[in-house]
Design a binder for this molecule. Structure first.
Ligand SMILES: [Fe+2]
Length: 250
C-alpha cells in the first residue's frame, strides 16, 4: 500500500497540484488554508483526494472566524490573509473545515496510524521538533506504529521507542530556503521524504488578485521564492509557532 501524506498546504494550489505521486490512500494533516491565494481550490483537492483529513489550527481559525492581530512575521500574514480567505470560501467549504476531526486513528496495510496536525496531547497547537527527547513522553501509552504530524513545516522522520514519527513538511509554505513543495510517501512501512519543484510564479501571480496589502504580498513572494522570513523565523521555537500561542505564527 502506497500512502501519500500532505500537510500545511496553506492555499497554494500550484504547489499541491505539482505532487504527481501515485497513491492508494492520501492522508492530509491539516492547515489547508490561510496565507496562500487559492484556498478554495485546495479544499476541493483535499475533498477529492484525501481519504482522511485532520483539522489544523489555521483550518480552525478560518472555520470559526478567529481574529488574529500581529505586526510582523507570520502573525501579520495571518492577520492580513485570514479575512480574505474567509471571504473567498463558500459556506460549505468553511463547514468542511469546521467538521474536520482534530485527530484520527486508523489501520492501513496492517500498521496503526495516529494523525494529528500538531502533537498527540495538543492536536492543533503544540510545536514539536525532530528530537527524540521531546517526542518520547508524548508517545507514551500510544499503541501505534506511526504518528503523522505537520504544523512546524519542518520535514522529518524519527524513530522513537518503536514508533515512527513523520512530519512531511509543508506543501505550500516551505521554509529553510527551499522553495519546493514537501510531502511524504509511506510504502510497506518505509518512509520517503520528498520535495518537488512547482511553478512558484503561478502562486505569486495569483497573489495579485488576492492580497492588496503590498507588504504582505512582498513577504509571501519572498517566502515562495525561498527567502524572506527564513532567517528570522527558521531557528528555534518561534519558527512556526502557532496563532493561538503568544509566539509569532506559522
Ligand atoms: Fe501550517
Amino acid at each position: 500500500m502506497r500512502i501519500l501524506v500532505v500537510t500545511d498546504i496553506h492555499g497554494n494550489r500550484a504547489a499541491l497540484e505539482a505532487i504527481r505521486e501515485p497513491f492508494d490512500v492520501c492522508l492530509c494533516l491539516g492547515d489547508i488554508v490561510d496565507y496562500g491565494p487559492e484556498p478554495g481550490a485546495c479544499i476541493e483537492w483535499v475533498r477529492a483526494n484525501a481519504t482522511h483529513t485532520v483539522r489544523g489550527n489555521h483550518d480552525h481559525g478560518v472555520a470559526q472566524n478567529v481574529t488574529v492581530q500581529g505586526a510582523a512575521g507570520f502573525r501579520y500574514l495571518t492577520a492580513v490573509t485570514r479575512p480574505l480567505t474567509i471571504q473567498s470560501l463558500t459556506p460549505e467549504q468553511r463547514r468542511f473545515l469546521a467538521d474536520l476531526p482534530t485527530s484520527r486513528m486508523l489501520t492501513l496495510g496492517g500498521k496503526r496510524f495516529l494523525l494529528v496536525h500538531a502533537s498527540p496531547r495538543d492536536p492543533m497547537d503544540e510545536y514539536t521538533l525532530a528530537e527524540a527527547t521531546q517526542w518520547a513522553p508524548l508517545l507514551q501509552g500510544l499503541y501505534v506504529d506511526f504518528v503523522l504530524v505537520g504544523h512546524t513545516h519542518q520535514l522529518y522522520s524519527l524513530d522513537v521507542n518503536g514508533i515512527t514519527v513523520v512530519n512531511p513538511g509543508s506543501v505550500g509554505l516551505t521554509r529553510n530556503g527551499d522553495p519546493r513543495a514537501a510531502y511524504a510517501v509511506i510504502e510497506n512501512g518505509k518512509v520517503e521524504l520528498k520535495r518537488v519543484e512547482y511553478p512558484v510564479e503561478e502562486t505569486i501571480a495569483a497573489l495579485e488578485g488576492f492580497v492588496s496589502d503590498p507588504h504582505a504580498r512582498q513577504l509571501l513572494t519572498d517566502i515562495y521564492q525561498g527567502r524572506g522570513l527564513v532567517g528570522r523565523w527558521a531557528v528555534g521555537k518561534t519558527a512556526d509557532a502557532d496563532d493561538s500561542s503568544t509566539e509569532p505564527t506559522g
